[in-house]
Design a protein around this ligand. Structure first.
Ligand code: FE2
Ligand code: FE2
Length: 351
């Protein structure tokens, strides 16, 4: 969810790159110079000024910022290169709400910025929000492109690390809390599955390469839903038999899209076609049984069912983790029992 842009006002030769990199981890960030008029920049939530006030243009720029029409108190963090009291006073008089030494670490500036702009949030919350926005942008683009054409698997890469990083740094529950806020059912589902898979793979201590492979597969596993009519996809409540038959085509359709697009690894292809297969042969589209279903598919299937159970829709009561896990345990002839137990442990112990 977009929480607004931060502007860095910089007169440094490197355009304050270390600071901008640190801020970009929590918010969209734009760098401007002291010639900025603030008239055409669009909405923003706060400013970090990494400038020296010795030049008159710098002061003029801050005065123009303070005079922007219709603005409320704008958080303005001023980074001073001199530690004299007069520099702090001058910055305060020019509208600074916080003054810090320009020599403090960028992460401390970010902490201060977050307290000023989003007092109800922690830095970790914002990092997860930002990672979700990145993974989400990949998802939106993927589903949109797949509606009518082929997809570019290299573009999917941009969504993989944000999921893994957010789960590693922020934990599963923070990820779920953020993702539940999204209305779009397929978007929410794919991000729920991806975060759950990333947490499960982390708990199984899989290698980084395997975690990337599984997370990539999770991001695209339902790409075939991009060609299912919205009336079926978004129908509140149960589907009738005909609607269910249409819905079930999303697995082979997804596989076709990926095969035709090219550049897709074998695990992602298998997961996309087979994530609704069950060990007892009762699944679809091919009615595979145990020996024909690979480990990555089994793992994805468990995460997929869990994500579908705990999804948040306006028309139904959310299901607790405990209830969802007991439903998974009861599917013992359809899912691999040992893997379900490991999954329950991963979800229950995930931060
Ligand atoms: Fe599916
Ligand atoms: Fe799914």
């Amino acid at each position: 969810m977009d929480r607004g842009m931060i502007v860095v006002l910089s007169d440094r030769p490197d355009r304050s790159k270390p600071l901008v990199d640190a801020i970009s981890a929590v918010a969209e960030c734009r760098v401007v110079g002291i010639d900025e008029t603030w008239e055409r920049i669009g909405p923003f939530r706060g400013v970090v000024a990494d400038i020296t006030l010795s030049r008159p243009e710098a002061k003029t720029c801050l005065r123009r910022l303070a005079r922007r029409p219709g603005r409320q108190r704008m958080p303005l963090i001023y980074l001073t290169r001199s530690n004299s009291q007069s520099a702090f006073t001058e910055a305060r008089n020019l509208g600074a709400t916080v003054c810090l030494s320009a020599h403090v670490e960028p992460r401390l500036v970010v902490g201060s910025l977050v307290r000023e702009v989003w007092p109800e949030k922690s830095v970790a919350d914002l990092v997860v929000t930002r990672e979700i926005a990145r993974a989400g942008a990949t998802m939106t683009n993927l589903l949109k492109t797949a509606e009518t054409g082929l997809i570019d698997m290299t573009a999917v890469e941009g969504g993989v690390d944000p999921v893994l990083d957010a789960i590693h740094d922020g934990g599963l529950s923070r990820w779920l809390d953020e993702v539940w806020a999204y209305d779009d059912v397929t978007f929410q589902h794919c991000l729920l599955v991806s975060g759950t898979v990333a947490a499960f793979a982390l708990s199984l201590r899989l290698s980084q390469a395997d975690r990337q492979l599984l997370t990539r597969a999770a991001l695209v596993h339902d790409v075939g839903k991009s060609r299912i009519p919205h009336a079926i996809l978004n129908k509140p409540g149960r589907l009738d038999d005909d609607e269910r038959a249409v819905m079930q085509t999303h697995a082979p359709i997804g596989h076709e899209i990926l095969s035709a697009s090219g550049g897709c690894d074998a695990v992602t292809l298998a997961v996309t076609r087979h994530h609704h297969e069950m060990l007892d042969g009762s699944g679809y589209p091919d009615g595979l049984s145990a020996s024909e279903i690979s480990d990555p598919v089994r793992l994805l299937t468990i995460c997929d069912i869990y994500a579908a159970l705990v999804e948040r829709r306006p028309y139904k009561k959310p299901m607790s983790t405990r209830d969802a896990l007991s439903i998974l345990s009861a599917m013992d002839n359809r899912l691999e029992g040992g893997l379900v137990q490991a999954f329950a442990k991963a979800v229950e112990t995930a931060p």
